[in-house]
Design a protein around this ligand. Structure first.
Ligand SMILES: Nc1ncnc2c1ncn2[C@@H]1O[C@H](COP(=O)(O)OP(=O)(O)OP(=O)(O)O)[C@@H](O)[C@H]1O
Ligand SMILES: CC(C)(CO)[C@@H](O)C(=O)NCCC(=O)O
Length: 287
């Protein structure tokens, strides 16, 4: 049972955008059984609008839980907006960091505090997925950076970090004399032998992203002999997933697995924060 009186705000402050989800009450459910939510996104330049944006809801959120990988200035700006919104009213606010263990989830990182708190909370969200019960589950997050992380038997096993699609494109344009900035068009499979600069860049970057994910999938298969479920999220997913689908299908066939699961997972960080907020609001839990 949850403390139904509290409105809750969850925050995923990333390097490009900040995602918020507001719950008037975690007990108020949709027909699908999920808490009714209002999601909104602000860029870093728009943080000053947070207080006004929160003013549109009926109740002030008295429990605010967030992760922030965008630095202390961003965290301070968000906290200032929350103080503005609450005035003299009281509320609890927590920025979570990565730990060796959170609820049931263990963290194999050598120094747990190094792990991005967004990755950690996303793993918590992933770990409660029904598919995570008997098989390894992977999450590919195509955000500002791309990350490829794995959970098996309630343990985060580690993962890859590399530049996101836009960051790859920007660094090529900035670091060379002849390579232009890319205008991403419709998503398509990389070409076999690209014959223009634009095609060579687009095909190269998509191939690099998909191949890195496939490498990690192969590591999981070799380590555990099981066919992992691959979840994906993030703004650049649409561009990479067609090629990833093609590569995975080929490997699934070669390994003799009978199913391929490449599944979208919206807002995994916010999903993990919800798991944690529900835990915090359980009657018996003292925070
Ligand atoms: N219209 C678009 N065209 C090309 N790439 C896009 C487009 N929209 C998003 N992207 C890609 O998505 C990335 C951003 O993804 P997303 O919006 O999920 O991340 P984010 O909110 O910045 O996340 P975080 O900062 O938490 O990593 C960009 O860096 C870019 O690679
Ligand atoms: C990798 C990013 C940028 C992804 O948002 C973030 O999780 C981060 O800054 N991580 C810190 C380093 C680490 O996770 O090992």
């Amino acid at each position: 049972m949850y403390d139904a009186s509290k409105a809750v705000l969850l925050i995923d402050a990333g390097n490009t955008r900040i995602k918020f989800v507001y719950y008037e009450s975690l007990s108020c459910r949709t027909p699908e059984g999920l808490p009714k939510s209002n999601k909104f996104i602000l860029t870093h330049d728009e943080i000053e609008r947070l207080s006004e944006r929160l003013g549109q809801f009926n109740k002030k959120p008295t429990l605010v839980i967030g992760v922030n990988v965008a630095g202390s200035i961003i965290a301070a700006k968000i906290s200032k907006q929350l103080r503005l919104h609450h005035g003299a009213g009281t509320y609890e606010q927590y920025w979570l960091s990565s730990q060796p263990q959170l609820l049931h989830l263990k963290n194999a990182y050598i120094d747990a505090s190094q792990l991005g708190s967004d990755r950690w909370l996303a793993m918590l969200g992933l770990s409660v997925h029904e598919k995570a019960q008997h098989r390894p589950v992977m999450l590919v997050s195509f955000g500002t950076a791309t990350t490829v992380d794995t959970v098996y038997q309630s343990e985060f096993l580690g993962g890859l970090i590399f530049p996101g699609l836009q960051m790859m494109a920007d660094s090529l344009a900035q670091g060379t004399a002849q390579l232009p900035a890319i205008k991403w068009g419709k998503s398509s499979l990389p070409m076999t032998f690209p014959l223009s600069t634009a095609d060579a860049l687009e095909s190269g970057m998509i191939a690099a992203q998909a191949a890195a994910v496939l490498r990690q999938w192969t590591c999981v298969v070799e380590q555990y002999g099981l066919n992992p479920v691959v979840f994906y999220a993030g703004g650049a997913a649409d561009y990479v997933v067609p090629e990833l689908h093609r590569l995975l299908a080929e490997q699934i066939r070669l390994h003799g697995f009978d199913t391929m699961e490449l599944v979208p997972f919206d807002d995994p960080v916010l999903a993990g924060l919800l798991v944690y907020a529900q835990y915090c609001l359980q009657d018996s839990v003292a925070h």
